[in-house]
Structure formats: C-alpha cells, structure tokens
Design a protein around this ligand. Structure first.
Ligand SMILES: *Cc1c(COP(=O)(O)O)cnc(C)c1O
Length: 439
C-alpha cells in the first residue's frame, strides 16, 4: 500500500493481520481514550488491581512480617530484574529493580567515576553527555562532578560526540532514546567509540526498556539504568532498574551502601561488606506493593515472547512499533500537509517508539500552538503530551506508541482528531492555552 494514500480500511486490514492484536486485552484502557503517552506513564495492566489487592490483604494483612520469607518479598528486586533482563539484552542476575532512575543514576555514575579515580589517571576527569539529555540526568551528573572534582561537558548534537571523546573523558553518559525527539543512539558503535579512548559508558534506558530492542551485553556497555513506569507499565512512581556489566559489578562499593546491599544484612554487623554482583546496588528496604505492580507490567511485555521465540519479546514488539510510527507519520503528512515538521528520525535504525512533531510555521513553533493542540487533543480523548523547547529548539507535540495495546485504527483515529483540531482551530480556544502544573 502507498503510505501517502493510506485509508481507514487499510488500517483495519493491518489490524486484522497484526499477530499482537489480542495483547490489548492485557490492559484496562478507559473507554473513548486513545493513549499515546505510554512513554510517560504506561497503561494499567488488567492483572494489577487484583494482584495489588492480594499483596495488601493477604501478604501484608495476613502474612505480615512472615511474608518476607513466605511470599519471597526479599527476592523481588532480583526476580523482576531477571524478567527485565530478557528485554534489555542482559543475563540473569545482572539486573535489580529498585529505587528511582535518578537514584540509580547516582549510584552507577559514582561507581564509574570511582573506577577511573582508582586507576590513578589524574588527567581523566571529564564526564560527557548531551545538552538535550533529560534534565534529572544532567542535574545528578552536575552534582557528582562538583563533589568529585570532575568537569561535565555537554555536546549540542550527536555529530559533535566523536570530537568530544578525548583521552580526558572518564565517562560517557547518554540516554539511549532521547525523551524529546525520539532519536536513538547506536549503542554498540557509541560504546566502542567511548572504549577506544578509555572511557566508560553509562546508558539511561528510560525510553528504551520495553520500547526498543536493547543489547547491553552484546554492545559491551558498562552501566545502565532505566525507568519502570514508562514502557514497562509498572504504575506511577514504579521502581526503576539498574544493570552493571559483570566485569564491573563486584569491583565497586556503590555510594548508597545501605543494608539491603550488604552481603549478609541479617547478621547486623557494624561494618559494610557488599553483596557479590549487582545485588550491592540495593540500598534500603524495598517498596513491596510497588514492586508487585511492576511485575504485572513486566509480564505484559513478556506476553509478546511467543510471537518471536528466537529473538525474544522485543523483536515482535519492535516490528509493530515501527509499523505504527511509520503509519502515524504517513497519515499526518498526508492529511495535515505543511502544518507540522517531523522531529523524530525517519530512519528506523535511529527511531525510538515515539513520534514528535513541531509546528512548521516559525512563529507557531516558538509560540503556544504545540501546547494548545495537545490540550485540545486530550479534550477529545487523544492523550499525548507537550515538551517545551527553548530559544534553539522548537516546542514539541510528543506521541508515544506502545505496540502492546495500540492498533492501526487508533493511529488513524488520532490523526482524524488532529485534523479536526486544526481545521476547526479548536486549539485557539482560551481553555487550551492555560498551562497546567504537569505537562
Ligand atoms: C523519565 C526519565 C527519568 C525519570 O527519572 P525519575 O527518577 O523516575 O524521576 C530519568 N531519565 C530519563 C532519561 C527519563 O526519560
């Protein structure tokens, strides 16, 4: 089919041929909503309410303290980590689900810096990242660099990365898929370039885990962290995760050396002795109810595994994700010609699982239009989000595509709503031009 002339019937035919179409039943989606924001907060798994109720009323209510053993609460970070490992190219017992992304970043960046400090190469004191990285990553790096006498160097584009990789670089800290643009790095190539100058890599997988195939071990990455409440559908504020390459995992004491990362926490000894491997990256007592909800989310992704047993759950999901984003781009360009500029790369190898648009008109690109259009779409039940630009970068309309529960008909209908919002100039209404606290 010619993408520029795609019709609603074409979208329905794609849905009939979609092997993953029944996975939508694993979720509770509100009536009348097309949810294009799974990159910010994933949809609730249908199994979650009953599972959470069971944890609360039985494991907590009846089991009480005994549940640390009988319900194996103590194993949850590792058990979930082992499920997640299958989505990110990690091996069993290399991943822990725990704490938040920001906190896990603090731990791994500190560990990476320590390795360089321990190597006695005092000329290596630079951390490189991208100016367009997610702010919390830059804030954590800023603070650690200040505290430990490192310099944080920010590049303005991917093209500037090779020149920034000098022998002074200790750590290259990147987010694999950019949260604003959806542009994806080549993890293996970038890691190899960093290693070639003797730098370690820290990858943030917030917009990658559950969204695109990730090959941590194959790419020979050093450290990775990521988010549980986005594409992993773990629920609001879900625990995040941490992965450390086995060659590093037992070499460092991480800075938040709490008792859950101790080799024998229940010996209650006065001195810290780290657990072997990535288990030392745990800090304190774990949020059991939240971890239980995250497990429901992870199970929704593993449900895609049978569809491509050879290459794991992400292979089947990736095929559909690219088809969905291709279709959305094609229908927007065909039905709203000249109104929007595509910010996300067209090249599949460089595209995450989202599509970002900016306003084609220069004045609108810096004005309120992107925000107001997103608000008008939300009022129609099409939930995407808005990400602010600055003097250099335009404001963005961001649409996340989760192949587990979105259909090609959803793609068509969401663009139909966008067409209506634009043609009827709904976005110019005052109620859509007032800023909320969370965008
Ligand atoms: C969403 C996101 C985070 C979130 O960090 P929290 O600690 O969960 O608030 C961090 N980094 C990136 C790149 C993100 O996209």
């Amino acid at each position: 089919m010619n993408p520029m002339t795609m019709t609603l019937d074409d979208c329905r035919a794609l849905d009939r041929a979609d092997p993953l179409r029944d996975l939508r039943a694993l979720f509770t989606l509100p009536e009348g909503v097309i949810y294009l924001d799974g990159n910010s907060l994933g949809v609730m798994p249908a199994a979650a309410p009953a599972r959470i109720a069971e944890v609360v009323s039985q494991e907590w209510g009846t089991g009480l303290i005994r549940s640390w053993n009988t319900a194996r609460w103590i194993d949850l970070p590792q058990r979930l980590g082992n499920k997640l490992a299958r989505l990110i190219g990690a091996a069993p017992d290399e991943v822990m689900c725990t704490d938040s992304t920001s906190i896990n970043l603090y731990k791994v960046l500190f560990a990476a810096m320590s390795q360089v400090i321990d190597s006695d190469d005092a000329t290596r004191r630079t951390v490189v990242s991208e100016r367009s990285n997610f702010p919390t990553d830059l804030y954590i790096a800023e603070s650690l660099c200040r505290e430990r006498g490192f310099t944080l160097k920010l590049v303005d584009s991917v093209d500037a990365l090779p020149a920034a990789l000098t022998p002074e670089v200790a750590v290259l800290m990147l987010t694999h898929v950019n949260y604003r643009t959806g542009a994806m790095h080549d993890m293996a190539a970038v890691t190899a370039a960093a290693h070639a100058v003797g730098a370690l890599t820290v990858w943030d997988l917030a917009h990658s885990a559950g969204a695109v195939p990730v090959t941590l071990n194959e790419s020979n990455a050093d450290f990775a962290i990521g988010c549980g409440y986005k594409y992993l559908n773990g629920g609001p504020g879900a625990p995040a995760f941490v992965w450390v390459n086995t060659r590093h995992a037992s070499r460092f004491e991480q800075p938040l050396s709490g008792w859950f990362g101790h080799a024998a926490p229940f010996e209650f000894t006065p001195h810290y002795r780290p657990a072997p491997g990535v288990a030392r990256y745990l800090c304190g007592t774990q949020p059991i109810i939240s971890l239980s909800a995250l497990e429901c989310g992870l199970d929704t992704l593993l449900a895609a595994e049978p569809f491509n047993a050879d290459f794991g759950p992400m292979a089947a999901l990736r095929t559909k994700s690219l088809a969905l984003t291709d279709a959305f781009i094609a229908v927007v360009e065909a039905r709203c010609p000249g109104r929007f500029t595509l910010v996300t790369p067209r090249d599949h190898a460089r595209r995450g699982s989202q599509v970002c648009l900016s306003m084609a008109d220069a004045a609108e690109a810096q004005g309120n239009a992107a925000y107001a259009i997103v608000q008008a779409l939300i009022a129609r039940g099409v939930i995407g989000d808005f990400r602010a630009g600055d003097a250099q970068t335009p404001h963005i309309l961001r649409f996340g595509f989760t192949p587990l529960y979105l259909s090609f008909e959803d793609v068509w209908n969401s663009v139909e709503h966008l067409v209506q919002v634009m043609e009827k100039e709904e976005w110019k209404r005052p109620e859509f031009n007032q800023k909320n606290a969370v965008t």
